[in-house]
Design a protein around this ligand. Structure first.
Ligand SMILES: [Zn+2]
Length: 292
């Protein structure tokens, strides 16, 4: 299979998954990938993404001029072009209207609270780009504010946008956003949403390097912590990921025990150690005794 036909098959598959999961209805949503340095492969306008065939896709240049294909490119092509312009590292763009995440976008509530460790580590925060009329030049301008520092964002009163190093990574981020939105909604309905502490957010951010996660920007420094005698500036969503996380009380029972066992020989407190089941049980029993 050539690169071209392989990428066409990937886009068709992602379109099916988005439609099957209810992220798009009718002809909503669009998907594109880079096809070499000068061209893009893109879903066409006016087609249900759940029933595409590879021959329906079209090829454009980076200015949006159609080079190949029976159909015209996506009505949201301008938004895709803007992402590729701003992010040379991005190879694929996915846009959909997943209902729960879009509900947050309609309510004007960004997904920017430190609630789930996986989301902090991968996406960071998910801001809301200002409302813009779909398919016009307004939408790329709204997206531009956030796309340099974020791989996923909500679009006010519209939907969500994700980017990635290939079409599946962009699609999985769309899954993560919708999943995160569902969990956040349930927690808020239950009346409690405990946030992860700022210290833990810092630790999770360090894990990005360990797991080889290529986040486009760091999480913004805590504006409440003075840096060099003066408060750190408020986070700029154009250059870092603004995340709500309260200061912690400094108590970390298990991690403190691990640090003590690692001892002075360990080059840093975050070094990996291995415990047998018996050692782990002893640590837990020790902790329970301390709590009594
Ligand atoms: Zn849309």
């Amino acid at each position: 299979m050539t690169t071209d036909s392989s990428l066409r098959a990937d886009i068709v598959e992602v379109g099916r998954r988005m439609y099957a999961r209810g992220y798009t209805a009718s002809n909503d949503g669009n998907i594109s990938v880079r096809l070499g340095a000068e061209r893009l492969l893109m879903t066409p306008k006016g087609v249900c993404k759940g029933f595409m065939t590879p021959d329906m896709l079209c090829i454009t240049d980076l200015e949006g001029r159609k080079l190949e294909g029976q159909r015209d490119p996506s009505s949201e092509m301008l938004m895709h072009l803007e992402v590729y312009r701003q992010r040379p590292d991005v190879q694929a763009v996915v846009h959909a209207h997943p209902p729960t995440a879009t509900g947050f976008a309609v309510a004007g509530i960004p997904l920017d609270r430190a609630v789930l460790a996986e989301v902090v580590t991968t996406l960071g925060s998910v801001p809301i780009a200002a409302y813009a009329t779909p398919s016009t030049r307004e939408l790329p301008l709204a997206v531009r504010q956030y796309v340099k520092a974020h791989d996923g964002m909500l679009l006010a009163n519209h939907g969500a946008l994700t980017v990635g190093t290939d079409v599946f990574s962009a699609y999985y981020k769309m899954e993560t956003i919708e999943h995160f939105a569902k969990i956040s909604l349930v927690a808020r309905l239950l009346g409690r949403e405990h946030l992860i502490s700022r210290e833990e957010v810092d630790r999770l951010q360090q894990l990005r390097g360990s797991y080889g996660i290529q986040a486009p920007a760091p999480i913004c420094p805590d504006p409440t912590v003075p840096a060099g005698g003066s408060p750190a500036p408020a986070g700029d969503p154009a250059s870092c990921q603004v995340l709500q996380a309260p200061p912690g009380d400094g108590r970390r029972l298990v991690a403190d025990l691990i640090d003590r066992r690692a001892g002075a020989g360990a080059p840093d407190g975050g070094a990996e150690i291995r415990l047998t089941y018996r050692e782990l049980s002893a640590l837990i029993e020790d902790a329970i005794r301390t709590l009594k």
